[in-house]
Design a binder for this molecule. Structure first.
Ligand code: PGA
Length: 263
């Protein structure tokens, strides 16, 4: 069953695109990316461009996600956009992206509230977790992953957890051009799945999808996507380049074909 599962390629359009720029970019992407049945491509535009992009987007080709969402459904929270406001627009939402954690001081408690708000509103959350370079060098990687998983999935049922996505994104590999070695990613993915199994049981751990993110491009994507247990990639910088992103989708297609034993 696992071999048949679609590979997810998520494009985090994290640069500050205006509505006009995002629209032109999407047009180019639709011309360049060859969509495949076996690859689920999800675009994460900034909140301002979500609405116009959703009207322009060919939903047979791409799904949409939000880069963030607030955890209260309603109330006076100047400037925030809640999951309840996003629910009709997006399939997915990123929660606890390292830039949210490190630049905006979002802690595990906030990530947990956002996970619950996403699930409550029928949006599939992509919980982003990963260690800093300092933590890795200090041998604390597993401890950090453990803490972020335990906190992020708190108060969710095993069934809800099975429908979530976790993106393993080592902080030192995000936007740096320095990517993790497939062996490091493989170990982290195994560890994450074991933790989910320990907390929520075998079924949740089989069903939850785990992605790798951090300087993924068209040259290295295949090496991550072929890791056993890796369900896809969260792509930042390279998702804003048509050719690179199209190349990543193509790699995912090839990896899927080889999983099925097709040459
Ligand atoms: P990157 O970003 O691919 O540019 O490293 C990853 C991300 O934003 O999640």
């Amino acid at each position: 069953m696992r071999n048949n599962r679609k590979i997810m390629i998520a494009g985090n359009w994290k640069e500050h695109l205006t509505v006009g720029q995002a629209s032109i970019f999407l047009h180019g992407l639709e011309q360049t990316v060859q969509t495949r049945q076996s690859v689920e491509v999800v675009l994460f535009p900034n909140v301002l461009t979500l609405q116009p992009i959703s009207m322009q987007l060919d939903r047979r080709k791409f799904r949409m996600g939000a880069q963030d969402g607030f955890y209260e459904d309603a109330g006076a929270y100047t400037g925030e956009v809640s999951m309840a406001m996003l629910r009709d627009l997006v399939h997915y939402v990123l929660v606890g992206h390292s830039e949210r954690r490190h630049i905006f001081n979002e802690n595990d408690d906030i990530a947990s509230k956002k996970m619950q708000a996403a699930v409550r509103n029928g949006i599939m959350p992509v919980l982003c977790i990963g260690e800093t370079l300092q933590e890795r060098l200090a041998g604390e990687t597993n401890q950090i992953l453990h803490n972020q998983i335990t906190a992020g999935l708190r108060n969710l049922t095993a069934r809800e957890v099975g429908a979530c996505v976790i993106a393993y994104e080592p902080v030192w590999a995000i936007g740096t051009g320095e990517f993790a070695l497939p062996d490091q990613v493989s170990r982290a993915i195994d560890y994450i799945r074991k933790q989910v199994e320990h907390l929520f049981g075998e079924r949740a751990s089989e069903n939850i999808r785990i992605l790798y993110g951090g300087s993924v491009d068209d040259h290295n994507a295949g090496s991550f996507l072929s890791i056993a247990g890796c369900d896809g990639a969260l792509v930042g910088g390279a998702s804003l380049n048509y050719h690179k992103f199209a190349g990543i989708v193509e790699s995912a297609y090839r990896v899927h074909q080889s999983r099925l034993g097709v040459r």
